[in-house]
Design a protein. Sequence first.
Length: 450
Amino acid sequence: MSNPELDVIEFLLTATLYGERQDLEPDDLPPAYRSVFWSDGEIERPLSVTNTTASEATGVERPWAAVSGLMFTDRDDFSGSISFTDRDLAEEWFLERVDADHLAENPVLAAVYEDQVDGLDYEQSRAANRPSRADRAFIDARLEEAFDTDDEEEEEMLDLVDVRAPEEVEMTLNDLVLTHDQEDEIQKIVKAIEHRDYLAQIGLREIGKLLFVGPPGTGKTSVARALAHDLDLPFVEVKLSMITSQYLGETAKNVEKVFEVAKRLSPCILFMDEFDFVAKTRSSDEHAAIKRAVNTLLKSIDEISLIQDEVLLIGATNHPDQLDAAAWRRFDEIVNFPKPDSGMRADILRIVTRQMDIVDFDPETLADLTEGLTGSDLRLVLREAVLNALTEERTTLTQQDLKDAIVDFEERDNLKNMDMMDGDHEALVAGGDFSGDGDSGHDHDHDHDD
Ligand SMILES: Nc1ncnc2c1ncn2[C@@H]1O[C@H](COP(=O)(O)OP(=O)(O)OP(=O)(O)O)[C@@H](O)[C@H]1O
Ligand SMILES: [Mg+2]
């Protein structure tokens, strides 16, 4: 499908036009082009086209070789820069070979040729283009601006938060099976983000703090990440237990920094996993520094707002029973993540096997056999089935392989529960396969594949 000659000319033309049109912004450049021009959080004109930049931006291995045969291109031997000798000819050549749909994918071209090409709409094209604030390079520049990365303490602090660019999040909402309730909540938040200005105007501020509640492996983290991906928002993840366990004494300061990071990167999602940690430290007789940190945390949550700061806060917990009123009160929506019902299990199985051919595949029957399993469990079942088939040199699965993997999974699960309930270690040892892995005693050890 791809045409190296056309790809390189499009890149060269885009770079040339962008250099001339001062009204165009980084958001107008296609993300792949932008990625080669970022420097300290800026994209400066003119954009230089060389074999290196062209190859990185287009994926064409030898860009100059691809276009050197055209009569309107030239390369400067000394600087290596590639340019047009005859711009008009180049434009004519290019426009003869692409249609409106193609041009629409590149807002720079849409802006310039909108009047000449039927059906081309610059505003639409720009709205569909991923914004530059979602680029990794842009996020890193914002972080460097705000924090002294040569300072060891600040560096360590940045280790406590995991910042992902939306382009780095692979999960999308389409990969997840949601309850109606979850879909509604997500829809509401999407609308709230879209109509932020209106909400500010009418003074509605109590919005944009969600608490995801549910057992392990039910998709809490995945949904939060998928939102970041689908809404093009940077994803700032922090594990609360990390903040406080490592840096006693400095903890309250660290909590403040986390919120600073989020505000710096806004609009963004701030995801706080293990939220029950807050409750635990308030009730127990923890170190005073930790208590201070938790109070700072609660205060910071009060002060941050989706409407004013453009930070969407999502907390997650497996233990809602441990949260006290002070913690609950801070969230304006509670989203329940139950274990999937039979219909959802069938849908999850369909999604996780999407790229596979399975002989006699019958997800409904499998759903009936997997009562009580979570989305995460179902992925483990599939993995088991795939690996088992591979040991027999097979890359095609059958319904029976999946059934067998379900039985294996449940046997393993039973063993763990036995160990957990009455410390019956003999049963575990006699069982053979699972002895002494050191972490029996947890509910499930969910192997997150991310
Ligand atoms: N409803 C679902 N639809 C599709 N996949 C799911 C669903 N629930 C869980 N999964 C899959 O299970 C894996 C684990 O999910 P995730 O990490 O989001 O769970 P979690 O609720 O955050 O668990 P924990 O409480 O242990 O952090 C992911 O790979 C995810 O894709
Ligand atoms: Mg999680």
